[in-house]
Design a protein around this ligand. Structure first.
Ligand code: TYD
Ligand code: MG
Length: 455
């Protein structure tokens, strides 16, 4: 065993100090430093320890194994590769265990030898879930275990191709003087399992709980160690769940996978645009359909704004979900300055239908239209799609992937598209969807808003 060292470790970010501190200097959280004695394991060599000339390295053909769940494969970058270590985080009850049990069952049906290790549920609880999901798989083994030594021993004896650990926070390694879930335990357990997976070319899935701030507990420690970090998100009250890539050493980090939680487990949603719109029969003031690109996939989303007279003169309320808070405040300032909208007198609520979070700036223009539409209590025409980035002086800037966005709009029967002037002039006649859509190019928000609100 390595040398035993006592240290105080922040349970939030993994910061280590030799003395106790009330406040973590790294992440500024209070009272999170705990004394831990960990074996400071020396790094072991997985890939050999001699330097090799780049030209001498033999290329190894990386074969992707597709799980057969297309939405899951998409976020993995097309499936798992050998030695892939994937961390999946999400709030309790969001569906992590369900997703992994379904994926494990499909992989075992496709010929992989799969081991599902659970430290959270008993065999009978897992059986109940499997019955609910209608999983019948003889080559899927379930192990209920928290001891890391026994988990590793079992893996070495049975040599499965796919290993799922539900969850990394329940694993416990002997010789580390801190409880399961502490940063030392997470680091040591993950490190041992990752070495095992890399050495023997296994795919390893680690399920991780998130803290109330929405990051995986012991986050920085684990995120650096694994190849792929996925987050499973969604409104728990609604049926839709989104799997997002946060990091991917072997693929894009832009992709999302969309699922619906049903009575029989998670179902894939191949055409997510349809679910992110509320399908109200008549147009309502304050709602706008926006175009966003998530990874390689265009997605139409509905942005809703509610502007109502504020009771507080000094502090109007700003409740913003689904889009970046600071970006929304910036757009409010631009709107107030250039269009003269007296928004400081109003409370403002913004929501994106379906619980999705949009980070793209192409929703700037639609957001501004939603706010003004609610302020003036005037609905926008039905079947109109808005897209465009807005700059600080109110100019409308071009967005990427305009052709893909238009194709999606055409597919879903949109009649009008309000887009940046520069994007409109870049489209050829053939790309304009054969005259099915009327295009309105806009240069700045003031003239664009005047077109619709006769101000
Ligand atoms: P679970 O996978 O246990 O979540 P996690 O592992 O992230 O904590 O999912 C739990 C929720 O999913 C629970 O509220 C019940 C619901 N659920 C369904 O709606 N349908 C199903 O078929 C299953 C298995 C779960
Ligand atoms: Mg679970």
């Amino acid at each position: 065993m390595g040398n035993q060292k006592a240290a105080f470790v922040c349970q939030n970010c993994g910061y280590t100090s030799i003395k106790w501190l009330g406040k973590c200097p790294s992440c500024n959280s209070w009272n999170t430093l705990l004394e831990e004695t960990g074996s400071q394991s020396q790094g072991q060599h997985i890939w050999g320890n001699e330097p090799v000339a780049l030209s001498q390295i033999k290329e190894k053909e990386q074969k992707r194994f597709t799980t057969g769940i297309a939405e899951f494969d998409r976020v993995l970058g097309g499936g798992t590769v050998e030695g892939d270590v994937i961390l999946i985080g999400g709030e309790p009850g969001i569906g992590k265990s369900t997703l992994l049990l379904q994926a494990a069952a499909v992989a075992s049906q496709k010929g992989k030898k799969v081991l599902y290790v659970s430290g959270e549920e008993s065999l009978s609880q897992i059986k109940l879930r499997a019955d609910r999901l209608k999983i019948l798989s003889s080559s899927l083994s379930i192990l209920c275990e928290v001891s890391l030594e026994r988990i590793i021993k079992f893996i070495e004896e049975t040599s499965p191709d796919w290993i799922v650990l539900d969850s990394i926070q329940t694993a416990y390694k002997n010789g580390i003087n801190s409880s399961a879930g502490s940063v030392s335990q997470l680091r040591e357990c993950a490190s041992d399992l990752i070495q095992l997976a890399k050495k023997n070319s296994k795919a390893l899935f680690l399920i991780g709980h998130v803290t109330k701030e929405g990051v995986i507990a012991g986050p920085r420690v684990l995120e650096h160690m694994v190849d792929v970090v996925l987050y499973f998100e969604g409104e728990k009250t609604g049926p839709f769940r989104i799997l997002k890539t946060f990091k991917n050493r072997f693929g894009s980090t832009q992709e999302i996978g969309v699922f619906e939680m049903t009575e029989r487990g998670l179902k894939e949603i191949p055409n997510p645009s349809e679910i992110f719109m509320s399908h109200s029969p008549s147009p309502a003031a304050g709602t706008v359909i926006a175009s966003s690109i998530e990874g390689t996939r265009p997605l139409l989303v509905e942005i809703q704004a509610l502007v109502s007279a504020s009771m507080s003169i000094n502090f109007p309320r700003r409740v913003i979900t689904g889009v970046d808070y600071n970006r929304a405040l910036l757009l409010l300032a631009v709107l107030e300055k250039t269009f003269g909208a007296p928004l400081h007198k109003y409370d403002l609520f913004i929501n994106v239908v379906g619980g999705i979070k949009i980070e793209e700036t192409a929703v700037d223009l639609p957001l501004i239209f939603a706010i003004v539409s609610s302020l003036k209590n005037k609905p926008l025409p039905q079947g109109a799609l808005f897209v465009g980035e807005v700059g600080l002086s109110g100019e409308v800037r071009g967005v990427s992937n305009i052709k893909a966005r238009i194709k999606e709009a055409e597919k879903l029967g949109f009649k009008k598209c309000i887009l940046p002037d520069v994007n409109l002039s870049s489209l050829s006649a053939a790309e304009k969807a054969g005259g099915k859509i009327e295009y309105i190019g806009v240069k700045d928000i003031v003239s664009a808003l005047k077109k619709f609100f006769n101000n």
